[in-house]
Design a protein around this ligand. Structure first.
Ligand code: ATP
Ligand code: MG
Length: 415
């Protein structure tokens, strides 16, 4: 443990795993300084297990490449000082201490400048809790009081919040996302500055907005309280629909057991009152992948669909949407009240799918070819007959049995 007189380096020892420790030790061996930094230090101080370890160092990118020449090294972002070193099949980002140059587009620095000073590197970071670094040699570097802010559950900008949000407006969304993720409060000046600078979010790239929004939905309860109930303008601005009214702001508190697509459908369709087309346009604008977009849009389009505990009705939904979407619609209906008896409906759904009960023409025990052999002409009539047979099977008026089905066809066509 290091007992430094320097006020900035507190006598605090935190545990870091073997691999990042070894990578840091190697940089010291070559005469450079190195720290774990950012989220992993924040999480460790909070007693949470970090999901990855970022390393920063006084070594320049080409020097990092030299130190790790025996490793698999990927020059991820040499211009920004980042090199990825693979160790034990795990990638570790190692970044040179840097100062960000001026920002002209509220997005990214026009240039970056390398430095040998960890504190300068920490001062470019967004919040005090994310501006801490730890080195087994130097101890913890916490020049902005991040550990205290963590103790008090506070998210505070490093430096002047207006200036920091002006540099990169994504930080506004990050601040609120961290509020949802950690259950922290925004410090007053930081919070007011997010309000003042809200419009700058429009300058942030769609992909970055999308990622923050999607991460907020990991915490539906806090998202509902912090964002929808108290600060709905954040979501309106992020979704690009500033004028929209907001409905049922507490609905998502009940969405802990819903999957993320259902939460997204609730937010767009139920909170923001969008129809399927509006939800589709919003998700296109935010560059969601096609699969997620289609899935959410279909749910939004069916937000008024009643789910009742009746075998035939459930089979109709299964026929239209498939099992996975039907289950999502059930989750949605539990929240919106469109599913009047969720337990019974779910039990029936489980039975229908568990027994592979027939819900689609493709699952009938006869197909188009059988009908042609039975003398039906190919074309619309053939499709109509299959649909009618399916409907009878789904209503349990007819067995899904080849002979029974053929008998019905013959009877129907008076053969
Ligand atoms: P998470 O657990 O979400 O990964 P994190 O803090 O590690 O949290 P990252 O997006 O991985 O978040 O960023 C790593 C670090 O880089 C942050 O801790 C912060 O110090 C800095 N950082 C990231 N994004 C910004 C930004 N937009 N502005 C300033 N600093 C940032
Ligand atoms: Mg991270």
């Amino acid at each position: 443990m290091l007992l430094s007189a320097d006020w900035r380096r507190q006598a605090m020892k935190i545990e870091i795993p073997e691999t990042p420790s070894r990578l840091i030790a190697k940089l010291y061996e070559f005469g450079y300084k190195a720290y774990v930094v950012g989220g992993c230090v924040r999480d460790t101080v909070m007693g949470r297990e970090p999901h990855d370890y970022d390393i920063c160092t006084s070594a320049r990118p080409e020097e990092i490449m030299r130190v790790f020449r025996d490793y698999h090294v990927i020059p991820t972002g040499l211009k920004h000082g980042t090199v990825t070193v693979v160790s034990n099949h795990e990638p570790y980002e190692i970044t040179t201490f840097r100062i960000d140059g001026s920002y002209s587009d509220n997005r990214r620095p026009d240039y970056v400048e390398f430095t040998a000073d960890i504190e300068k590197d920490l001062s470019r970071r967004d919040f005090t809790m994310n501006a801490m670094a730890y080195s087994p040699v130097e101890g913890i570097a916490d020049p902005f009081g991040g550990a205290d802010d963590i103790k008090n559950g506070i998210i505070r900008s490093v430096g002047n919040p207006d200036a920091r949000f002006g540099e990169d407006a994504l930080r506004i969304l990050r601040a609120w996302r961290f509020a949802c993720q950690l259950g922290f409060e925004l410090e007053d000046k930081t919070k007011k500055s997010t309000y003042r600078n809200m419009k700058l979010i429009r300058n942030v790239s769609a992909e970055r907005i999308r990622d923050e929004l999607w991460r907020m939905l990991d915490y539906p309860r806090r998202f509902s309280v912090c964002i929808l109930q108290r600060n709905p303008d954040i979501i309106r601005t992020a979704a690009g629909c500033e004028e929209r009214a907001l409905y049922h702001p507490s609905a998502l508190t009940g969405a802990e057991n819903c999957c993320k697509t259902v939460r997204m459908a609730l937010m767009l369709g139920y909170n923001l009152g969008m129809n399927a087309e509006e939800a589709d346009n919003t998700m296109r604008r935010l560059k969601f992948d096609n699969g997620t977009r289609r899935c959410v849009t279909e749910l939004v389009g069916n937000i008024e669909t009643e789910l009742i505990p009746d075998s035939y009705s459930i089979k109709c939904v299964l026929n239209k949407m498939g099992e996975a979407q039907c289950r999502r619609l059930l989750q949605l209906g539990k929240i919106t009240g469109k599913c009047e008896n969720p337990e019974k409906t779910e039990a029936l759904l489980n039975r229908i799918t568990g027994e592979n009960q027939c819900c689609r023409t493709s699952e009938l025990k006869i197909n188009g070819r059988d009908l042609i052999e039975a003398g039906i002409k190919p074309g619309k009539e053939l499709g109509d007959i299959l649909n009618r047979l399916l409907d009878m099977v789904m209503r349990k008026e007819l067995e899904n049995d080849r002979d029974e089905l053929l008998k019905e066809v013959k009877h129907d066509t008076n053969q």
